[in-house]
Write a protein that binds this ligand. Structure first.
Ligand code: ADE
Length: 225
């Protein structure tokens, strides 16, 4: 998979890809991530990418011109499956969207800033608008990092143990069951006996029941879906 991220502060996006699973996925050649500075597509001496909004009002709007030039440049080199815009008024990211995007080949992620982008960008270039939650960030960069992490870890070969992404919370609309590791007894806190039993059908049944009970208690809304 190739991910091109367009931003006015691309440096914000460097560190998430320089450690742990995301770095490994890049080192293994499973994912390519390319950061693009939108200011490189400005045409004036000030490298302007935003301007005042028509009709008045506080806050600058990202102009269509630099975004058009950047997208046209990228699209002239390869086909893209999606051009995603990170924005608080997009569809809230969930595991289903992450699963879907993990199957794509090439995607572009455009990070919004200020008051957002000129509506014509959304109307003519964007295929999908994604929010990472009902709160407003300073820009789309941290949202883009969250999206990339959620998507990349699902690509086959990224996680050492292929099944571990399948048993994540949300994959079946249930939260994950509790997990334990050694020691089996710490102070007087004991690990549930069934997990030490070696009886795998019984362990599986226990995990399913725990996942259901935990979801009912913490996120009953997931059971409604
Ligand atoms: N940009 C600003 N706020 C955002 C959010 N909640 N999700 C995605 N992009 C954003």
């Amino acid at each position: 998979m190739r991910i091109d991220i367009i931003s006015v502060v691309p440096d914000l996006l460097k560190s998430p890809f320089e450690a742990s699973i995301l770095k490994r996925s890049i080192d293994k050649g499973i994912v390519e991530v390319h950061l693009h500075n939108l200011r490189d597509y400005a045409t004036d001496n000030y490298k302007s990418i935003d301007d005042y909004q028509f009709g008045g009002g506080a806050g600058m709007v990202m102009m269509v011109g630099p975004i058009d030039r950047c997208l046209t440049d990228l699209k002239s080199q390869r086909n893209y499956d999606e051009v995603i815009y990170m924005t608080p008024d997009g569809k809230t990211l969930n595991q289903g969207i992450a699963n879907e995007l993990s199957l794509k080949g090439n995607i572009i992620i455009l990070c919004g800033h200020y008051k957002g982008v000129d509506q014509r960008v959304r109307d003519h270039f964007i295929t999908r608008e994604i929010s990472i939650g009902d709160y407003v960030l300073s820009g789309g960069e941290l949202g883009a990092a969250v999206l990339c992490d959620a998507v990349i870890r699902l690509i086959p070969g990224v996680l050492g143990n292929e099944t571990s992404a399948l048993t994540d919370s949300f994959q079946d609309n249930l939260l994950a069951p509790p997990v334990y590791t050694r020691p089996a007894k710490y102070n007087d806190w004991e690990v549930p006996e069934v997990l030490l039993s070696g009886n795998f059908p019984k362990i599986e049944a226990w995990r399913e029941e725990q996942a259901y009970e935990r979801t009912k208690k913490l996120r009953p809304d997931l059971l409604d879906d």
